[in-house]
Write a protein that binds this ligand. Structure first.
Ligand code: BEZ
Ligand code: FE
Length: 304
């Protein structure tokens, strides 16, 4: 048999998909094989580079366990996570825009009463975060659930500090008017974990590892699409260069000083900040596939 020429090889591999009975699998694999072969041809991948690539993927796999997912982080910094999000969450009719989940979500955060404090006694800039959960017509959604979590003022999440316990995270519910409120701290910008292969590749590409300051939310209510999003701090130095490409203009909000009267009215110290933001949820569309189930991990972070 004659050896395959470059393009014949691609065709030969694609032809072996003939027996694939799952049409979606066939479509995905054909596209993947075609693009992968074209990539190898485009850059004329050397044997050494091929071998380095295999070693890199192996090292990335070795950094994955139930607490850390280096492949998700790789997907994040290569913009793949946001591309998938953008394709499947095209802001239906006035709903709040979504962004990446990130690796620091923890199932089972403590329930927090309306206006409760999640700052866990940490020093920082006290911030009152409040608003409403509404549908896309502006009607309030009562008893919606909001998971909220944010980074500590030392630029680490609680789960990156073994033994810290739950800090700056909690689960709220809206009242009959759809209102929520929580007492937290102003988030800071922070680097994604750089102690593994993702940190190395960022360095090689001449990229910084920083995310602009943000507060994470997952907003859930029966009959509505689940919303996974952040609120980003206006004025942050990294808004235009978020390492995971997660910033959307509609999610950038002001952390504004509260007047003394405002602060007193809700029991915040003088000089506190506040953020006011209404989330709009889209009604479930039975023709659309919803977001994939959230990762079933207790805490998916790593100190490095
Ligand atoms: C985060 O915001 O927590 C995050 C998102 C993607 C990668 C790393 C961290
Ligand atoms: Fe984050």
């Amino acid at each position: 048999m004659q050896p395959f020429a470059e393009t014949q090889l691609t065709e030969a591999v694609l032809a072996r998909l003939a027996g694939c009975k799952d049409e979606r699998m066939k479509q995905v694999m054909a596209s993947l094989i075609g693009h992968l072969h074209q990539f190898v041809r485009d850059v004329k991948l050397t044997e050494k580079e091929w071998s380095q690539g295999i070693e890199y993927l192996t090292a990335t796999g070795k950094m994955c366990d139930e607490k850390r997912q280096e492949y998700v982080l790789l997907s994040d910094v290569l913009g793949v996570s946001m591309l998938v999000d953008t394709i499947h969450h095209a802001n239906p009719g006035g709903a709040t825009e979504s962004t990446v989940l990130g690796p620091f979500f923890v199932h089972g955060a403590p329930e927090v009463p309306h206006g409760g404090d999640i700052s866990a006694g940490l020093a920082g800039e006290p911030t009152w975060i409040s608003g409403r959960v509404l549908d896309t017509q502006g009607a309030p959604i009562a008893d919606a659930s909001l998971d909220v979590w944010l980074v500590r003022p030392d630029a680490k999440y609680d789960v990156q500090d073994p033994g810290a316990g739950m800090q700056l995270r909690g689960r709220l519910r809206t009242d009959a008017q759809g209102r929520y409120a929580v007492r937290a701290l102003k988030p800071v910008s922070y680097p994604v974990p750089t102690g593994g292969p993702v940190g190395r590749v960022l360095d090689h590409m001449g990229r910084h590892p920083m995310r602009p300051a943000h507060v994470h939310f997952i907003v859930t209510a029966p009959g509505y699409e689940q919303l996974v999003t952040h609120l980003f701090a206006r004025g942050d130095a990294y808004l235009d260069s978020d390492v995971v490409f997660g910033v959307k203009d509609s999610l950038v909000v002001a952390f504004e000083p509260m007047s003394d009267a405002q602060a007193e009215a809700v029991g915040m110290p003088k000089g506190s900040l506040h953020v006011d933001f209404d989330f709009h949820l889209a009604a479930v569309d039975p023709t659309r596939k919803g977001r994939a189930a959230l990762p079933a991990v207790e805490a998916s972070a790593d100190p490095s």
